[in-house]
Design a binder for this molecule. Sequence first.
Ligand SMILES: Cc1cc2nc3c(=O)[nH]c(=O)nc-3n(C[C@H](O)[C@H](O)[C@H](O)COP(=O)(O)O)c2cc1C
Length: 192
Amino acid sequence: MKLVIAATGASGSIYLQRLLEQIDASAHEVHLVLSGHAKQVAKHELDSLKIPKGIIQHAENDLNVPFVSGSARFDAMVIVPCSMATLGRIASGSSDTALLRAADVFLKERRKLILVPRETPWNLIHARNVVTLLEAGAVVLPAIPSFYSRPTSVAEVVDTVVWRILDQIGLPSARAYRWADETTGRRERKKS
Ligand SMILES: Cc1cc2nc3c(=O)[nH]c(=O)nc-3n(C[C@H](O)[C@H](O)[C@H](O)COP(=O)(O)O)c2cc1C
């Protein structure tokens, strides 16, 4: 698969970190774009983002990259975490950076664009922008973890969202907890 993974300045850099760790960059072509604010937030939340070997990183403003043109064939783009600022820019049709242009291209080419916003609560502008993006074909997958797998660490909580992203990309994780699945979904109730 050919993938674009982007991150913006919302809280939740750990979602990006766990996603990067769970995609095999030797089997897939993975391009990474971070906004300036994404770098700042990642430094604050993780100290340093660890980019696995094989992932190709690009500058936010570098338009000399294949995925800003509809002529290049890509399978999916994920923006994780996605700030409400970037979500609003995409909804308005802005394509001023490589990150925004790529999102615009994925929508116009009807390719999978997965946005993972992390904001709460929402104002009406956020909600309207989300509706616009859903109407344009984006997948909006909020960074809202689930707890029926009984996660016991931050990484396990984060993975409940990362697994849903991987499902949407089309690279389901063999480790994903799936409700009522005999092999993965019925973990023993932990004693407290
Ligand atoms: C520590 C920190 C946490 C932030 N968390 C969020 C957040 O969770 N969601 C959000 O939409 N914006 C958040 N912001 C605000 C964005 O970083 C800001 O709107 C920025 O302009 C986004 O730019 P970008 O989308 O180009 O990365 C946060 C900012 C800081 C400094």
